[in-house]
Design a binder for this molecule. Structure first.
Ligand code: F6P
Length: 321
C-alpha cells in the first residue's frame, strides 16, 4: 500500500513533526510513504517521491514544512486536477494525507468526487478556524511566540509609559488574539467576532491612568483591520503615546512546542490507520474534540463554520467594554 502526504496553504509549526511521524509510522506498518512536494502545485506538476527514514532525520524541531507548501489557483481548474490524478496513478498512489486548512480540504473533497482518491485532512493552520475541531496544528507554537513578544513589549511599554497595540494574524478568526489577550492580561482585545465598546473602555482606562496605571496593552486581530484606528483612539481619546507592532510571519514559524509535536503524532496515526483500512471510503478529517481525536466525513467539516468558544469570549469581556 502507498500513501502520500502533502502540505497545503499557509505553513505552520507542527507540519515537520507530522511529516516525520508519517514516514516512521507508515514504515512500521509496511506502508510505502510518499512525499508530494510544493502542495497542490506539486501534485499538478508531479513532484512526487518515495520517502524514507533519512528524509525525516533531524526535522522534528524545525518550523515550516520540509516538503514545502503552496496556495494553488491552478487546482480550481479541472484539467489541472486531471493531471494531478494521472501523476498519482503513475506512482500507484490512491490515498493521501493533507496538512492544511479548510480551503485545502474543500479542494480535496472535489478531487475525491471526481477521481475517487481517498484522503484524510489534518487541521494545520495557526488561524484555528476549522469547523468541528478544537485544535489545529501550529496554534500552540504560534500562541507561545505571541506571548513571548507581548511580554517583551509590555517591558517596554511599562518602562516608558506607553500604550502598545499588538496585531496578531488569524485571517477572519480572532482566536489567536483572544487567547493571547487573556493569557497576557491585556487591557483591550479587538476581534472580528465581538463588538468593542470603545467609549466605555476609554472611561475605564482614563480613570485607571489617574490612579497610576503606567501602560496599556491592546491585542488586535488582523481580521478587524482596526490596528491603526486603535492607535489613533489611544492617542486621541486616552492621551497616551502609542506604538504598534504587527507581529506578522514570526507567528507562523519557529521551533514546534511539545504540544504541537504530540498533536502531530496523534493526528497522523489516526489519519494513516483510517486510510489503511480498506473498509473505509471517502474523504475525512481528523478532528480534536474533548481531548480526543476523531475521524469526521469531510462533507461535515466543509459544511460548517468555526465559532469561538463562548467561555473564552466571556473571559475577555472586560477587555471589550
Ligand atoms: O492562514 C494563515 C495565515 O498566516 C493567516 O493568518 C494570514 O492572514 C495569511 O495566512 C497570510 O497569508 P500569506 O501566507 O498568503 O501571506
Amino acid at each position: 500500500m502507498r500513501i502520500a502526504i502533502l502540505s497545503s496553504g499557509g505553513d505552520c509549526a507542527g507540519m515537520n513533526p507530522a511529516i516525520k511521524q508519517f514516514v516512521d509510522y507508515c514504515l512500521a506498518q509496511n506502508i510505502e510513504p510518499y512525499f508530494i512536494y510544493d502542495g497542490l502545485e506539486g501534485l499538478i506538476d508531479g513532484t512526487i517521491r518515495r520517502a524514507g527514514y533519512p528524509d525525516v532525520a533531524r526535522i522534528m524541531h524545525l518550523g515550516g514544512t520540509i516538503i514545502r507548501s503552496s496556495r494553488s489557483p491552478r487546482f480550481y481548474e479541472y484539467t489541472h486536477r486531471k493531471q494531478a490524478y494521472e501523476n498519482l496513478q503513475q506512482h500507484g498512489i490512491d490515498r493521501v494525507v493533507i496538512l492544511g486548512g479548510d480551503g485545502s480540504f474543500r479542494a480535496l473533497e472535489e478531487f475525491y468526487q471526481e477521481f475517487g482518491v481517498r484522503f484524510v485532512g489534518i487541521p494545520a493552520t495557526i488561524d484555528n478556524d476549522i469547523f468541528g475541531t478544537e485544535y489545529c496544528l501550529g496554534v500552540d507554537t504560534s500562541l507561545n511566540i505571541i506571548r513571548h513578544a507581548t511580554d517583551a513589549i509590555r517591558d517596554n511599554a511599562s518602562s516608558i509609559k506607553r500604550a502598545s497595540v499588538i496585531e496578531t494574524m488569524g485571517r477572519k478568526c480572532g482566536y489567536l488574539a483572544l487567547v493571547s489577550a487573556i493569557v497576557s492580561g491585556a487591557e483591550v482585545c479587538v476581534i472580528p467576532e465581538a463588538e468593542c465598546d470603545f467609549e466605555s473602555l476609554a472611561l475605564k482606562l482614563r480613570s485607571e491612568l489617574k490612579q497610576g496605571r503606567t501602560y496599556i496593552i491592546c491585542v488586535v486581530a488582523e481580521g478587524t483591520k482596526m490596528t491603526q484606528k486603535t492607535v489613533e483612539w489611544l492617542e486621541q481619546e486616552i492621551g497616551m503615546e502609542t506604538r504598534a507592532t504587527v507581529l506578522g510571519y514570526v507567528q507562523r514559524g519557529g521551533n514546534p512546542t511539545v504540544f504541537d509535536r504530540l498533536m502531530a503524532a496523534k493526528f497522523v496515526e489516526y489519519a494513516v490507520d483510517h486510510l489503511a483500512d480498506e473498509t473505509k471510503e471517502g474523504g475525512s478529517a481528523v478532528l480534536y474534540q474533548g481531548s480526543r481525536c476523531k475521524l469526521v466525513p469531510i462533507e461535515v467539516v466543509n459544511s460548517g463554520s468555526y465559532q469561538l468558544d463562548e467561555k473564552l469570549l466571556d473571559m475577555a469581556k472586560d477587555m471589550m467594554r
